[in-house]
Design a protein around this ligand. Structure first.
Ligand SMILES: [Zn+2]
Length: 95
């Protein structure tokens, strides 16, 4: 990880992404990030996250939302589901 990676911004809200240590247990079902670190947007005002509450309910019938993630190794990005506001927060290793 380079200093430039640490300053990557979320394309949805322009907030600085936080470095997350991927918890092996959470992603053992084949999501396969191929990286132990992900840059994740933990901004609770992020449009992706705010809209996610409705999207998750409409699409999957469950209450939850999504957070933006970026894989610093290959530049891949996407959104993963979170069940609640504090989900994954304990895995942030660099604020
Ligand atoms: Zn964001």
């Amino acid at each position: 990880m380079t200093p430039a990676d640490a300053k990557k911004k979320c394309p949805h809200c322009n907030d600085t992404l936080k470095t997350l240590q991927v918890p092996p247990s959470n992603f053992s079902d084949g999501l396969g990030f191929g990286s132990e670190l992900l840059l994740v947007c933990f901004n609770n005002e992020c449009p992706l996250y705010v809209k996610g509450w409705n999207t998750m309910y409409d699409r999957y019938g469950q209450v939850g939302s999504m957070r933006y993630w970026l894989n610093p190794l290959d530049g891949d990005s996407g959104a993963f589901p979170v069940a609640h506001k504090e989900a994954m927060r304990g895995d942030i290793i660099e604020d």
